[in-house]
Design a protein around this ligand. Structure first.
Ligand code: SF4
Length: 347
């Protein structure tokens, strides 16, 4: 099997080699990725007990792929957010992820107030915001993105999400999210976050209009950033859920086989640079996530408790997978479940 790829070259693959691998028998690719996963991170599969809190669906950005924007029409108050955090603490959550749309009045103080309120009330990891929120908050507050990041860190932001990356190829972004930060802006803000001591996840949202070549370019950009900053904790592949938004029939989403190939090629490209590859059960379902964990992935993501964004997009796997269900899902494929923190420390 290894004759299609030399395992000792983990992370050194070129774009052409990656494209050739994708053209080979997919089961050979899955086998290579699984062997690499075994060699790099072993048989443990991690998960985090967390809660997503989608603070508002009001948004001025209008991405073509989004089904969440204005789907309900709500904006949570700080008191409601605190109640949600309290509920998460009650079931043992160690992490809170704040997501939401972007409105003109959301400046740096708006986010700092929410972060401080949470941190003053609860001892919990705040894994929140992404480059697009930082960009607009900084612009509204007339400060640099780096200063905005410093203020948010001082307020209590522990780690940031690598969301809003979608596909880091501007010709693709022009079609799916023309009003969002450009590739260069996303890279700059993520790099600045790492520089000021805010680690982040990295993401890829695939299955709209991009090609395999675009996906490989995206993964290579993430690899390059990681080699400079070492600030990424993981890669979260997110398949495009198009049940409620076919982007004017431009996208039918991808097959399960393509989901698996994406996880596998991510392992091969990111190798030891980004050793944690997530299989997101909320996006692909627990059964497909179990298979992805045998094709290069080593993390099952979070218990979530809620995910209005995926539900609005048509996710049919529920919003909450309790800790015991995470363990069952992992043990059922003969792997070892380990609860982790945001930064991949054992709980
Ligand atoms: S994906 Fe985010 S930024 Fe884009 S329209 Fe939806 S809520 Fe707004």
């Amino acid at each position: 099997m290894e004759d299609i790829y030399d395992l000792s070259l983990a992370g050194e693959i070129t774009k052409n080699d990656a494209l050739n691998l994708l053209d080979s028998n997919p089961f050979q690719l899955f086998d290579v990725a699984d062997k690499l996963r075994q060699e790099i991170v072993g048989d443990e599969v991690t998960y985090v007990v967390n809660r997503n809190i989608d603070i508002t669906d009001k948004c001025m950005i209008n991405c073509a792929f989004c089904s969440f924007r204005n789907s309900i029409g709500y904006e949570m108050t700080i008191e409601e957010i605190l109640d949600s955090v309290g509920e998460a603490k009650d079931v043992g959550a160690t992490e809170i992820c704040l997501f939401g749309g972007i409105m003109p009045d959301m400046d740096v103080n708006y986010y700092c107030d929410i972060i401080e309120a949470i941190k003053n009330s609860y001892d919990i990891e705040l894994h929140s915001l992404s480059p697009v929120e930082i960009f607009h908050a900084a612009q509204t507050s007339q400060m640099s993105t780096k200063d905005a990041l410093k203020s948010l860190k001082t307020a209590g932001l522990d780690t940031m999400t690598g969301a809003s990356a979608e596909i880091l190829v501007d010709s693709v972004r022009a079609k799916i999210c023309p009003k969002k930060v450009s590739t260069a802006q996303w890279v700059q803000i993520i790099t600045e976050a790492h520089e000021v001591g805010i680690p982040t996840t990295s993401t890829i949202m695939y299955g709209t209009v991009e090609t395999w070549e675009d996906r490989i370019d995206h993964l290579l950009i993430l690899r390059d950033i990681q080699r400079k900053t070492n600030g990424f904790t993981e890669l979260v592949p997110m398949t495009f859920l198009n049940e409620n938004n076919k982007m004017g029939n431009e996208s039918t989403g991808v097959s399960g086989m393509e989901d698996l190939k994406l996880h596998a090629i991510s392992r091969v490209i990111l190798g030891r640079d980004i050793p944690n590859i997530q299989a997101s059960w909320i996006k692909i379902g627990t059964r497909m996530a179990q298979v992805a964990l045998c094709c290069g992935a080593n993390d099952l993501g979070g218990t979530m408790m809620e995910d209005k964004i995926s539900i609005a997009a048509g996710a049919s796997h529920g919003e909450h997978l309790a800790s015991n269900k995470m363990k069952e899902t992992i043990s059922a494929i003969g792997r070892v479940p380990v609860e982790r923190t945001t930064l991949y420390e054992r709980v």
